[in-house]
Write a protein that binds this ligand. Structure first.
Ligand code: PMP
Length: 282
């Protein structure tokens, strides 16, 4: 298995980062996860663009442009003979003696990338998954895909311990997103999902779903919705790079409508699959 450390392709067993890497000490860095189908990256350009934006938001300059990163990831995918899975990539603010202040400008970011086999979650997508509600205790820059994920981890762990796939996060009465995905509801045929602001990560999957809706004439609203609206929803679904469009059939022990995936979600799953096949082949 091959990985990339600082631009170099190495065997996984010899890859190393320093104990004073700022990612390790502070979570001072940004990352991306890109889906791979048939050995090809899906929405790769959109993910690389978001990586650049996340880096800019934490005042970090990436040593490579998206145009330089794309072929590197392609090379890694090919060397690892990855068919269906993900590419993970992260940049930290580099290695320097521990200090909250940024290191000097000549300290280069640490760049790490690897691939992993991940199947499409076909069974869960078919049956739907269960969720819990949890207060969103994260910071106010959730639009940045940063390495600081403790709030997300605590919520996801709580969900896992309850035998659930996702924690739906809310700030008071307002639903924001999931611990590792975006959340949408469907009411009377209209899809409602939180607007892309500082309180959510603007998921690439979320954006692709909304683009599909625009093309297909499916109505949607990008606005905050409440816990009451969530309870009264006809359908609830989660979206994300690895989970695609995932029906949520239970929230905090209560079934969503009849407890089965709804027709709007089903339709979106099919349209999303068609988009995958268009970009990456069958
Ligand atoms: N929100 C959070 C908190 C996430 O971690 C993710 C990534 N899995 C998403 C939303 C979905 O983003 P994307 O569709 O780009 O994977």
């Amino acid at each position: 298995e091959y990985v990339i450390v600082d631009g170099e392709i190495l065997d996984r067993t010899v890859a190393k980062v320093d104990i004073e890497d700022r990612g390790y000490q502070f979570g001072d860095g940004v990352y991306e996860v890109i889906r791979v189908y048939n050995g090809k990256m899906f929405t790769g350009k959109e993910h690389l663009q978001r990586l650049v934006e996340s880096a800019e938001k934490i005042r970090m300059k990436l040593p490579y442009s998206p145009e330089e990163l794309e072929p590197k990831m392609e090379e890694l995918i090919s060397k690892n003979e990855l068919d269906t899975g993900i590419v993970y990539m992260q940049f930290t603010r580099g290695t320097s003696p521990r200090n909250h202040v940024f290191p000097a400008a000549d300290v280069a970011p640490t760049f790490v990338a690897y691939t992993r086999k991940v199947a499409r979650p076909v069974e869960s997508m078919e049956k739907g998954v269960r969720s819990i509600l949890d207060e969103d205790i994260r910071w106010l820059r959730c639009d940045i895909k940063s390495l600081n994920l403790l709030g997300n981890l605590l919520s996801k762990q709580k969900a896992a311990e309850a035998g659930c796939f996702e924690a739906i996060l809310h700030r008071g009465e307002t639903v924001t997103e999931g611990s590792h995905s975006n959340i949408s509801i469907v009411k009377d045929g209209v899809i409602i999902t939180h607007q892309a602001d500082n309180l959510i990560l603007n998921g690439i999957t979320r954006q692709k779903v909304l683009e599909i809706c625009s093309n297909e004439g499916i109505t949607f609203e990008e606005r905050a919705f409440t816990l009451d609206e969530l309870s009264a929803a006809d359908e609830v679904f989660s979206s994300g790079t690895t989970v695609e469009v995932m029906p949520i059939v239970e929230v905090d022990g209560k079934p969503v409508r009849n407890g089965e995936p709804g027709l709007v979600t089903r339709n979106l799953q099919n349209l999303f699959k068609a988009e995958i096949e268009r970009q990456c082949g069958q």
